[in-house]
Design a protein around this ligand. Structure first.
Ligand code: PGA
Length: 261
């Protein structure tokens, strides 16, 4: 796991955008794993800026989102298909239909989850997966207790996650769906490169567990310790529980420029 400590969310966005642009340079038809929520916004802002400047194109790329609420109407502004469209897809040049997500309105949930896994497989797998982390240690919507070998499936959201996400639903926890479809932890581990962004003091405990805690379903993000190429971008506010912060800083400072992340 490569840990990069950055001063603020914009700096994290720039480092992640560099990695995505480098990937698209060498593989224009790359498959991106797209996260929703607050964490990736600085990445999407930076990529939209670089796209407007003619520095990156998504015209041959594809994308898969991580998860979706169950039961939100298709035109609900907080359905993750609409969120990813608003936050990123509509701001760059993905062709129509190039970005997919699990269907939270599917009648046959198990068939939908299996088909989503198959679609990722048919696309050749995810080249670079963007991730955030929940305050309870979830990645995608793999809540505490998730099997470390899980695949795409239906999950129940914790009260904590529903409270964290109530800000998107007018502050009303009851309006946040109880169920979701989410890629599993084993699904995410198959991405060839994982880039997780964690910013803000409310993420400090989860970040401490993710990077320096024992691998455990109690903190599902810790499964990333098993990934051969995981990059974790942490801002100062989220880094306060790390014991080895000086080591991470020194390592990144001494990293050869050509290496990238
Ligand atoms: P956030 O959510 O990026 O909105 O903080 C992260 C997550 O729940 O995975």
């Amino acid at each position: 796991m490569e840990v990069i400590l950055v001063p603020d969310p914009a700096a994290a966005g720039a480092v992640a955008a560099d990695a995505i642009c480098a990937l698209l340079d060498r593989k224009p038809d790359a498959v991106l794993g797209l996260a929703t929520g607050g964490s990736p916004l600085a990445i999407y802002d930076e990529l939209a800026r670089r796209h407007r400047a003619g520095r990156v194109s998504f015209a041959a790329a594809r994308g898969f989102t991580l998860d979706e609420y169950v039961g939100l109407p298709a035109d609900h502004p907080e359905s993750y298909r609409n969120v990813i469209d608003r936050d990123f897809v509509s701001r760059v040049d993905f062709p129509p239909g190039a970005v997919q997500g699990p269907d939270g309105l599917a009648v046959d949930v198990e068939a939908e989850c299996a088909e989503y896994e198959a679609a990722i497989g048919r696309a050749g797998g995810v080249d670079l997966q963007i991730l955030g982390i929940g305050t309870d240690g979830h990645i995608a919507f793999n809540e505490p207790g998730s099997s470390l070998a899980s695949r795409t499936r239906i999950k129940s959201l914790t009260r904590q996650t529903r409270m964290d996400n109530a800000r998107f639903f007018g502050g009303d926890v009851a309006a946040v769906p109880v169920h979701c479809l989410t890629q599993g932890l084993a699904t995410i581990l198959e991405a060839r490169h994982v880039v997780l962004v964690a910013t803000g003091a409310h993420k400090a405990e989860a970040v401490g567990q993710l990077i320096e805690g024992p691998i455990s379903a109690r903190w599902p993000a810790t499964v990333l310790q098993l990934h051969p190429r995981a990059t974790v971008l942490v801002d100062d506010d989220a880094a306060t529980r790390l014991e080895l912060g000086d080591y991470y800083r020194q390592t990144y400072r001494a990293k050869p420029d050509w290496q990238g992340i």
